[in-house]
Design a binder for this molecule. Structure first.
Ligand code: DX5
Length: 216
């Protein structure tokens, strides 16, 4: 079952509570908070308090904290305390992935690993049993509204082969053209910011169109 996972990076942050309630009312079960530190990626965004605010605004929503930060191990406790349901760590961001993923699960959140476009799938091999999900970045992280990297569906297939029992998510440039390609390759979680919050007829229409594009 394909899930659309709106990324709040593209939301109207002046009314974030309304936007996430509308996302939930549109049938989405999960949103992503894109955490950026200005070092791992050249942008600065949200902290644990935004996760807390989203959970307060829409208690029924599952919230992913995607940590696009250096040394994510220093933030596990604060995002788990903010009730992030999933904490996603970039493979490239720390030398202590085993310890970090274990710490996330011990803190009560579900751990996930994230691969940047240039990072080989092989980097997952020794860690697959520690994670609940794998996120395949389909753009270079840091900003919304970027162009989908066309080689991504093949990479999704390689992740599927290496980790057949793990949910696969994609993030970046997901729209009505790229979404079905990713779904066909084995992705079940589609993160979308611009194509949802930037839709001219509103976010509910954006979500509906992505679902339709994937046969939903
Ligand atoms: C990393 C960010 C973006 C965002 C979605 O840069 O995580 O991928 O979530 O971006 P768009 O607007 O392309 O859906």
């Amino acid at each position: 079952m394909i899930q659309i996972v709106p990324s709040i990076l593209a939301a109207d942050l002046a009314r974030l509570g309304e936007q996430v309630r509308e996302v939930h009312a549109a049938g989405c079960e999960r949103v992503q908070v894109d955490v950026m530190d200005g070092h791992f990626v050249p942008n600065l965004t949200f902290g644990p308090d935004v996760v807390r605010a989203v959970k307060r605004a829409a208690p029924g929503l599952t919230v992913e904290a995607h940590l696009m930060v250096e040394r994510p191990e220093q933030y596990v406790s604060s995002f788990a305390s903010a009730a992030a349901d999933y904490i996603l760590v970039q493979v490239e961001s720390t030398t202590s992935l085993y310890r970090t993923l274990t710490a996330i699960r011990e803190a009560g959140s579900e751990p996930g690993l994230v691969l940047n476009p240039g990072t080989p799938v092989e980097m997952l091999r020794e860690l697959v049993d520690l994670v609940s999900m794998v996120l395949v970045m389909t753009v270079e992280p840091g900003f919304g509204g970027q162009r989908f990297i066309g080689s991504s569906p093949a990479k999704i297939g390689r992740v599927r082969d290496l980790a057949p029992n793990v949910e696969i998510e994609v993030d970046g440039g997901i729209d009505t053209a790229s979404a079905p390609l990713c779904a066909a390759a084995g992705a079940t979680l589609l993160v979308a910011g611009t194509s949802v919050f930037g839709h001219p007829e509103g976010l509910t229409a954006g979500i509906r169109e992505l679902r339709r594009a994937c046969g939903g």
